[in-house]
Design a protein around this ligand. Structure first.
Ligand SMILES: Cc1cc2nc3c(=O)[nH]c(=O)nc-3n(C[C@H](O)[C@H](O)[C@H](O)COP(=O)(O)OP(=O)(O)OC[C@H]3O[C@@H](n4cnc5c(N)ncnc54)[C@H](O)[C@@H]3O)c2cc1C
Length: 334
């Protein structure tokens, strides 16, 4: 073909950012389009006045050797560290198990830093919600955002969003849209509460059993010089599904009540209270293919819904996508 290809990546979560970073240096023209004002997707920070919280992923684990290498590099850069918090299992106010054997990592000072750091390597266009991909007669794709603004033409498009958004964007490409539309996602109501004084809770985080909640975690952040005790509370997938359409105020009170019951503490009034509903939190049935790529159409897709419902899954899927794009480029371009 004699020309260098250009690549557009839709979505600046960890899968898209990993793919973009891995292709950098090999492909000159890569743009990542993100609908939000900041990158990170489900690895997010929520700010409420003076307080901040990890409102999506709380920590990550490492199994795959390639991911170990990446995490070692992140550790060297100082953006992640092993989590030394005390994590327990909690049942009706009782600690029934203390899980100190699993090695967990957290972003420093917050989870979103991992995405922010990767984004520094990328040509990122934020606040651009890609709503249409138009195939060009001579090859390549024209991108448009939801306002109808033209976002350029690109030889290769990678969709690195949650599964339902992949299916919406490329309905006509059945090799990608069909597997994506079969993936179901959990719902997750998340509460973020700050209390003026430290609560009498000895552990840092807990998996909660027999409760509307599945996880509670104390969140420490640098700017917190007013002694507030900040907690992230995640409802179970079953409870979240049942209350998916409920009013925020109702959910907030229900989450707090469940928190007091789970910790066996007397209720106290938070100084800051917020809730967020992740309508597409975790893929229940990932497709078990690291990434998808339709060579004739020059379009691919990646994300945790391909591999496993966690940060490791998203990063490995992004890497697999980059590898497939490189092989395609080597075959089809000089
Ligand atoms: C509440 C919660 C708790 C979690 N806890 C953990 C945990 O403790 N440990 C762990 O390892 N994992 C956890 N996870 C899972 C982890 O966050 C995800 O697996 C991972 O972040 C997925 O990354 P991704 O890049 O595949 O997708 P996403 O992070 O969803 O990224 C997709 C990106 O695409 C953007 N986008 C979507 N559509 C468009 C469009 N049309 N145009 C432009 N941009 C678009 C989105 O805004 C988003 O930024 C949790 C997830 C949630 C929701």
């Amino acid at each position: 073909m004699g020309k260098k290809p250009s690549v557009a990546i839709v979505g600046a979560g960890l899968a898209g950012l990993t793919c973009g970073t891995a292709l950098k240096g090999l492909i000159e023209d890569i743009k990542i389009f993100e609908k939000n004002v900041i990158p990170g997707g489900r690895v997010g920070t929520f700010r409420a006045g003076d307080y901040e919280f990890n409102n999506g992923a709380q920590f990550f684990t490492v199994n795959n050797p390639l991911f170990w290498n990446i995490v070692s590099a992140w550790q060297t850069e100082g953006i992640v560290r092993p989590w030394d918090g005390w994590i327990v299992e909690l049942q009706k106010g009782q600690v029934i198990n203390s899980d100190m054997s699993t090695q967990r990592f957290v972003g420093v000072p917050r989870m979103q830093v991992i995405a922010e750091k990767l984004a520094l390597n990328c040509d990122l266009v934020t606040s651009s919600n890609i709503s249409e991909l138009e195939r060009q007669a001579g090859g390549g794709w024209r991108l448009f955002n939801e306002r109808g603004d033209y976002q350029g033409a690109h030889d290769i498009v990678i969709i690195a969003t949650a599964a339902h958004q992949v299916a919406d964007l490329c309905r006509a490409i059945s090799t990608i849209s069909k597997p994506a539309e079969n993936v179901d996602m959990t719902v997750c109501w998340t509460g973020m509460f700050a209390f003026e004084k430290t609560l009498n809770i000895p552990f840092d985080a807990a998996f909660v059993l027999d409760s509307p909640l599945s996880w509670i975690s104390r969140y420490r952040f640098n700017g917190n010089d007013n002694e507030a005790d900040c907690w992230v509370i995640q409802a179970s997938p079953e409870w979240s599904q049942q209350y998916a359409a409920s009013f925020r105020g109702r959910v907030m009170h229900a989450l707090l009540d469940a928190f007091w019951e789970a910790t066996d503490l007397g209720a106290s009034q938070p100084v800051s209270a917020s809730v967020h509903c992740w309508k597409h939190a975790l893929p229940i049935n990932p497709i078990s293919e690291d990434s998808l790529f339709d060579e004739p159409e020059a379009i691919g897709a990646c994300g945790d819904w391909c591999t496993a419902p966690r940060i490791e899954g998203a990063v490995l899927s992004g890497f697999s996508m980059a590898d497939r794009v490189m092989k395609y480029v080597n075959k089809n371009y000089d």
